[in-house]
Design a binder for this molecule. Structure first.
Ligand code: ZN
Length: 250
């Protein structure tokens, strides 16, 4: 979840239903997915990447939607230019979020359900790969954090292998990134409701400071250790945004 406003419908929206939830895909979603995959070079890899991003964000948002349903709220899923968004129906027409009625533990559950659905999906894929006689080569990010490096499959050739590899990478790596306590990622939401329970008066302000510091640190790690300018800019911007919120509100 990177955007809180609902982007207005366009005539080029793709609309369908998933597990009873209405899904709307804004045309700019495809553009961003192509841009994210464009570094891979050839057209086939870009198409695989777009498909992987589409499936992975859908599963992530489906996790949030199922969690809302568990607490009696129906919701709709929107894929747009800054990722995905799951909006409870009752908030669509009002100016305020209706899910303020949910307790902190319910909010935390809903936030974790997105990345959780991705981790579950990745676990199913790993299970499928191993059952079919293949294997997953793991790499270590920064020499410490184990991540799927490449899937080896006894069938399907390079195309299926790079498809499965990309699916694992997006669902596991992006899942963990999304759990970082930085606004407006899911982890930022989790941090807010944990800190609000510890400190009902000052919890939100503390969670914004956690967001500034963590966002800044991730931007530095991304730039100097991971050499990802995109990730450094994104987290630098999110840290700055939290800092501005602190200046404006507290
Ligand atoms: Zn999410």
């Amino acid at each position: 979840m990177l955007l809180f406003q609902v982007p207005p419908p366009t005539r080029y929206d793709l609309r369908f239903n998933l597990a009873g939830f209405p899904v709307r895909v804004h045309p700019l979603f495809w553009l961003i997915a192509v841009l994210l995959g464009s570094s891979s070079g050839d057209l086939l890899q870009i198409l695989i990447w777009v498909f992987v991003v589409f499936i992975s964000i859908l599963i992530h948002e489906l996790g949030h939607a199922l969690a809302f349903r568990r607490f009696g709220l129906s919701s709709q899923i929107i894929l747009h230019f800054s990722g995905g968004l799951t909006v409870p129906e009752s908030t669509l027409w009002g100016s305020r979020w209706a899910n303020v009625a949910l307790g902190p533990n319910e909010q935390i559950f809903i936030s974790i359900a997105g990345p959780g659905a991705g981790f579950l999906f990745a676990a199913l894929i790993v299970g499928g790969v191993i059952l079919s006689g293949g294997s997953i080569i793991t790499t270590r990010l920064l020499g410490i954090i184990p991540l799927p490096g490449f899937a080896l499959l006894p069938f399907g050739g390079n195309i299926l292998a790079s498809f499965v590899t990309a699916l694992l990478w997006v669902n596991i790596f992006w899942g963990f990134i999304n759990l970082m306590p930085v606004y407006p990622l899911d982890g930022g939401n989790v941090a807010r409701y944990i800190l609000l329970q510890v400190d009902p008066v000052d919890g939100v302000r503390k969670s914004l400071w956690v967001s500034v510091i963590t966002g800044g640190l991730i931007a530095l790690v991304a730039f100097f250790l991971l050499h990802s300018v995109y990730m450094a800019l994104l987290f630098g911007f999110l840290a700055f945004q939290s800092y501005q919120t602190l200046q404006g509100r507290f």
